[in-house]
Design a protein around this ligand. Structure first.
Ligand SMILES: NC(=O)c1ccc[n+]([C@@H]2O[C@H](COP(=O)([O-])OP(=O)(O)OC[C@H]3O[C@@H](n4cnc5c(N)ncnc54)[C@H](OP(=O)(O)O)[C@@H]3O)[C@@H](O)[C@H]2O)c1
Length: 164
């Protein structure tokens, strides 16, 4: 299972329910990686999308504790276990955990690959991705050359869980 996130220098991912930065090439990367796949997200991340709509051409699995919650085009689940059950018939590489903070933190243990776009900015944030640079069971296996958008440098990084 994969995680995919865009993080600032101190692993910030959002503030006030919004992303910290929007980089068109990163949006394209996210889309190309997840198209046709399953994406698992928290209710707040779904509601941060334009029109609060699920992502097109993907199987959207949304976690909420609200048992009356409904959203056309999304499969609603009420726990991490239910989210895992919803994707149990799929290849692990076809499942992406797409945030936010609470879902990354709870589902990190089920993932073996993390696609992290590291952006060289450190704006104030109130949501964070776990700092996997400091976790001994994760290693950086690939980092693209630095690219730049409107003066902001970024790199596409791939982390993998170390084989025990
Ligand atoms: N930079 C990135 O790549 C990236 C990606 C995604 C999101 N973000 C940012 O992350 C921030 C949102 O993160 P967040 O942690 O506040 O919200 P979130 O993880 O998107 O959603 C949290 C909600 O998910 C539900 N939930 C989570 N775990 C659950 C569980 N075990 N059982 C039942 N329901 C559960 C709850 O919904 P209910 O309250 O309905 O029960 C909870 O309030 C935003 O700023 C967003 O822009 C950034």
């Amino acid at each position: 299972m994969n995680l995919i996130a865009n993080v600032s220098e101190n692993w910030g991912i959002g503030i006030g329910g919004e992303l910290l930065v929007r980089i068109p090439e990163d949006m394209k990367f996210f889309r190309s990686m997840t198209l046709g796949k399953s994406v698992i997200m928290g209710r707040k991340t779904l509601e941060s999308f334009p029109g609060e709509n699920p992502l097109k051409n993907r199987t959207n699995i949304v976690i909420t504790s609200d048992t009356s919650y409904e959203k056309e085009g999304a499969e609603i689940v009420h726990s991490v276990k239910e989210a895992l059950d919803a994707v149990s018939g799929q290849k692990s590489e076809d499942v992406f955990i797409i945030g936010g903070e609470s879902v990354y933190a709870q589902m990190l243990e089920y993932a073996d690959t993390a696609y992290i776009t590291k952006v060289s900015v450190s704006p104030e944030a109130d949501a964070f991705f776990p700092n996997i640079d400091e976790m001994p069971d994760w290693e950086l296996v690939h980092a693209s050359p630095a690219a730049e958008h409107e003066g902001i440098k970024y790199r596409f990084c791939t982390y993998r869980r170390k084989v025990q």
